[in-house]
Design a protein around this ligand. Structure first.
Ligand code: NAD
Length: 440
């Protein structure tokens, strides 16, 4: 099929490359040339394991191309997948500006290009959007820019469930493939598009598909907060809460996966905090109280303060922070609790040196570089790509979302105190005299 993917960030670039690898003819579209140019040159615009190779294959086969011009992408296209950002507004609601712009770009381009042979084009939202967005917001733009004669639009919501750092594996093995639409033609088009996944496509109404993604992310966030609260209370009793949760998940009456249930640090990144805020905003707008979900967010904010308090409680002002992005194997700094932790410690006068395997001064590019330059200039000064340099002279090491190289460096020259938020040190903790685990 001929597919146009709008937005070439973490979701769009994986989607475009995987669809091209599956044999579809894909054009990626982005307003940002820093996303388009790498793909056009056969590289990934974001750090995601395996994606560089897949983009290179797509560029070589000619099945994956990228442009800033929606008209090139819409030429004869059967489906548009919208993967643009849906960030939080300052009030916590979902900013749908980019969604509206992308729909308008699609509708306007469709006026001037060759139509698909079927005379039908599916406009599918893959971004996370509140219930009602496709029926109301997308529909309104399409009312303003209706399709030209001989072409019909159909709309749908098809949420994406990939996680950064394991984006390709998650794309190929989604928990479910759900298509929300009232239009059977769109249902058929998406069933064909995703046939290569070998997974049943569940056709539901559009609002169910929109709400589903929020339910998933609200539950993941609640699991993290639950596990962190277990860690917070039981550390006063010298309990290893990771061990507790490892056994807890074996209870078959819970039938619950161990994912997101490891006491450690706050959740972060571009999805869980913003989607939880979005649900809470929808609740406020509808005079509905959601104390459980409000608590999950409050607990998360408390997790950062807890670590600051633990640092303050002990001696030493030289701190090595190992890991800056919100999780290992991604360069995404959005809402990373490690960034917030660093800012708070710097604000309290601690001397920080930060090591991150991917987010480091020599490899920062595009939006992440701009993010650090504009919002975190002090962090740029203290970032290093050498774990030994970060650890040199440190009184306290904070082990967060980091790699094995940093853990090896830590074991070679352990500082007087190590605060482990990662739980990844295993038996190595024996070698660290001043070790404080995640939950004890
Ligand atoms: P991102 O910020 O990495 O990428 C969004 C891209 O859209 C940017 O490159 C931006 O330039 C581009 N864009 C904006 N307006 C455009 C337009 N009119 N035409 C073309 N491109 C345009 O965002 P992301 O992390 O990929 O997330 C995208 C959506 O998917 C969000 O709704 C997010 O909640 C959801 N989601 C994200 C993840 C994840 O792990 N990042 C997982 C599942 C779902």
């Amino acid at each position: 099929m001929k597919v146009a993917v709008f937005g070439l960030g973490y979701v769009g670039s994986v989607t475009a490359a995987c669809l091209a690898a599956a044999g579809h003819e894909v054009w990626g579209v982005d307003v940002d040339t820093a996303k388009v140019q790498p793909i056009a040159e056969g590289h990934s615009p974001v750090v995601e394991p395996g994606l560089d190779e897949l983009v290179a294959d797509g560029a070589t086969s000619g099945r994956l191309r990228a442009t800033t011009d929606p008209r090139l992408a819409l030429e004869g296209a059967d489906v548009s997948l919208i993967c643009v950002g849906t960030p939080s507004t300052p009030a916590g609601s979902t900013d749908l500006t980019y969604i509206k712009r992308a729909v308008r770009d699609i509708a306007e381009a469709a006026q001037v290009v060759v139509r698909p042979e079927s005379g039908f084009h599916s406009i599918v939202v893959r971004s996370t959007v509140p219930p009602g967005t496709v029926d109301e917001v997308v529909a309104q733009v399409l009312d303003e820019v209706p399709p030209p004669e001989g072409l019909t639009f159909g709309t749908a919501m098809c949420p994406e469930f990939l996680r950064e750092g394991s984006g390709l594996a998650d794309f190929y093995e989604p928990p479910f493939v759900v298509v929300g639409t009232g239009n059977p033609k769109v249902g058929t088009a998406l069933t064909d598009l995703f046939a290569f996944l070998g997974k049943e496509v569940q056709l539901v109404d559009v609002r169910t598909a929109e709400a589903l993604k929020y339910a998933c992310n609200a539950f993941h966030a609640t699991k993290v907060s639950f596990a962190n609260e277990m860690g917070r209370i039981f550390r006063h009793f010298a309990v290893d809460s990771r061990e507790v949760m490892k056994i807890f998940v074996q209870d078959t009456s819970l039938n619950i996966s161990p994912y997101y249930l490891k006491p450690g640090f706050a959740f972060g990144g571009s999805c869980l905090p913003k989607d939880l805020r979005s649900v809470l905003h929808l609740a406020r707008m509808n005079d509905t109280e959601l104390p459980l979900l409000s608590g999950a967010l409050a607990t998360n904010e408390r997790s950062v303060r807890d670590v600051v308090d633990r640092v303050i409680a002990g001696p030493g002002r030289e701190i090595a922070l190992l890991g800056l992005s919100f999780k290992h194997a991604t360069d995404d700094l959005r809402e990373s609790p490690n960034v917030e932790l660093a800012e708070r410690l710097i604000g309290k006068g601690y001397n920080l040196r930060i090591y991150d395997a991917i987010v480091n001064p020599t490899r920062l590019v595009g939006a992440n570089l701009r993010h650090v330059q504009s919002k975190l200039p002090h962090l740029q000064r203290v970032l290093t790509d050498d774990p030994n340099a970060a650890l040199k002279g440190a009184d306290v090491a904070i082990v967060s979302a980091t790699d094995r190289g940093a853990i090896n460096a830590l074991l070679e020259t352990p500082p007087p105190r190590t605060i482990d938020l990662s739980g990844r040190l295993g038996a190595d903790v024996e070698a660290l005299a001043g070790y404080e685990g995640v939950g004890w």
